[in-house]
Ligand binder design. Structure first.
Ligand SMILES: [Zn+2]
Length: 62
């Protein structure tokens, strides 16, 4: 087993993420017990301003 391309094949064996109960994406981290997409056990949805594109932000179209 080498460090490069050959070892990548084993990465499908243990999945770090499983399907999230809330958002349905396969982003729920099994060991961290947290969804990377929506931040699942937290009550609030994980949202960031940079997620959406800045179309018409401050009435300026780029
Ligand atoms: Zn989720």
């Amino acid at each position: 087993m080498t460090k490069g391309t050959t070892s990548r094949g084993k990465h499908t064996a243990h999945r770090t993420h499983m399907q999230c109960r809330r958002c349905g994406n396969r982003s729920y981290h099994k060991r961290k017990q947290r969804c990377a997409y929506c931040g699942f056990p937290s009550a609030k949805l994980r949202r960031f301003s940079w997620q959406r594109k800045n179309f018409n932000h401050r009435r300026r179209i780029h």
